[in-house]
Ligand binder design. Structure first.
Ligand code: FAD
Length: 306
């Protein structure tokens, strides 16, 4: 059996594996796709101490660092369920195999909810963005839209308004859903316009984004907005479906963890974008993965199982 079995091979999972292996304990990683969301990232400019890097390059460095230690990496394997046990937990894979571990660290990340309109996929990284903290500065002095008028959309619009030339916020419903205090701040900004009852139907461009098309849901009229960037803020979906009924999840599906990364089940820990820890970023996921791993080690030295 593994002492520590990490589910997920993104920044959180890689950090957890390295911290565990450095304790000289039996460590494994099961990942559907090693590297996680970082594989889909173009420019990374906020990984502190590295001024600029690119997703695949950072993933290669992560892999090299993990391989420096005795970690059993099982890539291209999807976990279907975790079955908690008294001393050993069982991790069931989709291919029918199952693994046993004294502690499990869940680091399965999340994915951005997409609009699913023509042009969105084609212009991803070429004007279509999902993370204002990551990509906001790339649009300095340009015109952008934020899709979504919930808290994250309105926060993104306020954030971006300080960097870009102009922000158009588009909300599908007839009203914004964000907290009143955020809406007040939003409406006080001179370079923001808000369009409600707007259904985005297309992202347009040539080599890069040059605009979007939306339908006014009340009049059915179709309009076009010229711009250089689109931030989609319609939700972040944690990859935790396989944990329903196993560990406690928030109403958004995030694994509820305490300050040490412990879940509601002793010996099962979680880290990174799949958890309730706020702000989904690479450097935060790595810190949380390291923390969960130290907590797992702490659990192991306190438990009776040899
Ligand atoms: P993830 O990176 O999502 O990794 C999850 C891992 O779990 C993957 O290996 C996945 O295959 C695996 N997995 C999922 N489900 C299962 C399962 N059932 N069984 C087995 N394995 C499973 N952050 C920044 O700090 N700076 C940036 O510039 C930046 N840019 C971004 C750009 C884009 C386009 C995107 C999508 C994200 C960006 N982020 C950026 C956010 C950052 O990538 C995430 O915060 C970070 O990757 C989270 O790490 P994680 O390890 O928690 O999860």
């Amino acid at each position: 059996a593994f002492d520590v079995l990490v589910v997920g091979g993104g920044p959180a999972g890689a950090a957890a594996a390295i911290y565990a292996a450095r304790k000289g304990i039996r460590t494994g990683v099961v990942a559907e796709r090693f590297g996680g969301q970082v594989m889909d990232t173009m420019a990374i400019e906020n990984f502190i101490s590295v001024k600029y890097t690119e997703g695949p390059k950072l993933v290669a460095a992560l892999e090299e660092h993990v391989k420096e230690y005795e970690v059993d990496v099982m890539n291209l394997q999807r976990v279907a369920a975790v079955v908690p046990g008294e001393n050993l937990h069982e991790v069931k894979m989709e291919n029918g195999a199952s693994l046993r571990a004294k502690t499990v660290i869940v680091a399965t990340g999340a994915r951005w909810r997409e609009m699913n309109v023509p042009g969105e996929k084609a212009f991803r990284g070429k004007g279509v963005a999902y993370c204002p903290h990551c990509d906001g500065p790339l649009f300095k002095g340009k015109r952008v839209a934020v899709i979504g008028g919930g808290n994250s959309g309105v926060e993104a619009a306020i954030d971006l308004a300080g960097v870009v030339a102009h922000v158009t916020l588009l909300e599908f419903a007839d009203d914004l859903r964000a907290d009143a205090v955020l809406q007040k701040k939003l409406y006080s900004l001179p370079n923001v316009s808000v369009i409600k009852s707007a259904q985005t139907t297309e992202v347009t461009g040539t080599d890069k984004v040059n605009g979007l098309v939306y339908k006014d849901r009340n009049t059915e009229q179709v309009h076009r907005v010229e711009l250089e960037g689109i931030f989609v803020q319609i939700g972040l979906l944690p990859n935790t479906d396989f944990l329903k009924g196993t560990v406690e999840l928030s109403r958004f599906g995030e694994v509820i963890v305490d300050a040490k990364g412990q879940t509601s089940v002793p010996g099962i820990f979680a880290a990174g974008d799949c958890t309730t820890v706020p702000y989904k970023q690479i450097i935060i996921a790595m810190g949380e993965g390291s923390k969960a791993s130290l907590s797992a080690f702490d659990h192991l030295i306190r438990s009776s199982a040899p």
